[in-house]
Design a protein around this ligand. Structure first.
Ligand code: ME8
Length: 485
């Protein structure tokens, strides 16, 4: 391992208010692929994920379930079939998992909030909004449904509460300058345009960062009754998990600033405006990149738990296999834009790429190697990559997973074509062509090995199985064709 080659990547910390669906899995799989890829390139990687456990939504969900918040959370986060189990199933190789209810994080957030206050970045004011009495919740005008509470449908009334505010309004110019001087800070480009035209140009507003109307949050220790706004609590996880303002960890100097935060498009705003503004207020280094990926949608609508089995990652992984699912998520849709999820697309991908192209190449090549008694090193391999390896790496650095996979699958197609063009079964009939036959088998096996190395971050288990077939002579079908009933 080379010194100083570090890579810090994060997923959002997920709300454990409901079961996670395949849309949440999307971001974790992408981050996992990137973490595995960087490790394979010799980087010392820190891959952070976790759960965002405070706020009114959790308080209410726990109450509805007849549980204390922490009982409710433990079940969803670390209980059977919960979030950590899901990441285990999906082979998510995170290095650290933060829960915002962890003691070290809670204490650190209290210090951070106080530091922001002491610097004058936070001040006390009055929050005005629409209040639903039975739900004890404040709503903005935009959140109301037909002018009524979006949760219970009852009347709301104008109400005020004392609250702390962060001076976000002072950071517009500096954020614009950040985007200009570091065009890579926010990607893809379309997200930057949206942030500028929808939020920064119209003028940033100060943002309410404490509440007194509910309890389930990190208490502001110098003003009892106030709890810290969830986004302040949540965003700083990326630093507290490395040891910022706490003794639990000691990796801040090594990994901060973060190389990339992967986030869904609807939370780009918090990561590319509020987050850098708070860091600027504390004179802390800013993350190098924020990448706002698209959503997986079902017929144009965002997924939710009510959409049922089709988006349950447990059901999908069980039916189609974890690697096939991981491969599908990153090969079917460009990472930066929305993708329409359907079962048909999934099945077609598995059959065409994994069963017909990759699986077929491996089984044909190994069957011939066995039959003709030839090994990888018995002949001189022709390089079938022709620039695709370089292109793969360039695409990975841009988080262009779909294009990177297409590079590898182009090479696999070439290898399949190489079999048809060189007709090894005919060469095998002529003893004088034994060397030529050995070259063909070498070419195939060397190509399979090379492609497998590139595919390993995407399909870790299957890549391991292919290597076992190559190295230990194990045989078996890698990706059975799927026939839908
Ligand atoms: O936003 N397709 O948590 P969250 C793709 N706690 N991504 C999706 C998706 C879909 N259909 N549905 C959800 C939060 N996501 C905060 C984050 S970070 C400091 C705090 C993504 O559980 C969504 O875009 O609601 C987001 O990036 C992530 O799942 C977590 O969403």
């Amino acid at each position: 391992m080379t010194d100083n080659k570090t890579f810090y990547i994060t997923t959002p910390i997920y709300y454990p208010s409901a079961k996670l669906h395949i849309g949440h899995t999307y971001c974790s799989v992408a981050a996992d692929v990137m973490a595995r890829y960087k490790r394979s390139r010799g980087y010392d990687v820190m891959f952070l994920t976790g759960t965002d456990e405070h706020g009114l939504k959790i308080e209410k969900a726990a109450k509805d379930a007849g549980k204390t918040p922490i009982e409710f959370l433990d079940e969803i986060v670390i209980g059977k079939g919960g979030i950590t189990d899901l990441w285990k199933l999906m082979n998510i190789s995170y290095d650290r998992f933060i829960r915002t209810t962890d003691d070290y994080h809670v204490a650190a957030i209290q210090k951070i909030f106080k530091a922001l206050y002491d610097k004058g970045a936070i001040y006390k004011g009055t929050y005005e909004g629409k209040y639903c009495v039975p739900c004890e919740s404040f709503w903005t005008e935009a959140q109301l449904v037909d002018g009524k509470c979006p949760d219970c449908g009852r009347e709301v009334r104008d109400e005020k509460e004392e609250a702390y505010f962060f001076r976000q309004s002072e950071y517009g110019e500096r954020i614009l300058k950040l985007y200009e001087e570091h065009p890579e800070f926010l990607q893809p480009e379309s997200r930057k345009k949206e942030m500028i035209s929808s939020f920064i140009k119209p003028g940033l507003e100060d943002i309410c960062v404490s509440r007194t109307s509910f309890k389930w949050g990190i208490p502001v220790d110098f003003d009892p009754g106030h709890v810290v706004y969830v986004w302040v609590d949540a965003l700083f996880n990326y630093m507290t998990a490395l040891g910022y303002q706490n003794e639990k960890y000691d990796d801040l100097a090594k990994f901060w600033p973060c190389d990339v935060h992967f986030v869904g498009k609807e939370i780009v705003r918090f990561h590319s405006i509020l987050w850098p503004a708070m860091l600027m207020a504390l004179d802390l280094p800013l993350p190098k990149r924020v990448y706002g990926h698209g959503w997986l949608v079902l017929d144009g609508a965002k997924m939710s738990k009510s959409t049922g089995n089709i988006v349950d990652p447990y059901v999908l992984a069980d039916t189609y296999g974890v690697d096939a699912l991981r491969y599908f998520l990153l090969s079917e849709f460009p990472f930066g834009i929305d993708g329409n999820f359907t079962n048909d697309l999934l099945v077609t991908r598995i059959n065409s790429d994994l069963a017909n192209n990759l699986g077929n190449l491996v089984s044909r090549s190994l069957a011939m190697a066995d039959k003709y008694g030839l090994k990888e090193n018995d002949g001189n391999a022709t390089n079938l990559f022709g620039g695709k390896r370089e292109s793969f790496h360039a695409n990975m650095e841009q988080f262009a997973f779909q294009a990177a996979l297409a590079d590898v699958f182009d090479v696999l197609s070439r290898a399949n074509k190489h079999i048809d063009e060189t007709t090894p079964w005919l060469l095998a009939k002529d003893e004088a062509k034994r060397a030529e036959l050995a070259d063909v088998i070498s070419t195939l096996l060397v190509t399979i090995r090379g492609c497998t190395e590139l595919l390993a971050p995407f399909m870790p288990d299957s890549a391991g199985k292919i290597l076992e077939q190559l190295d230990e002579g194990k045989r078996g079908v890698l990706f059975p064709r799927i026939i839908e009933k």
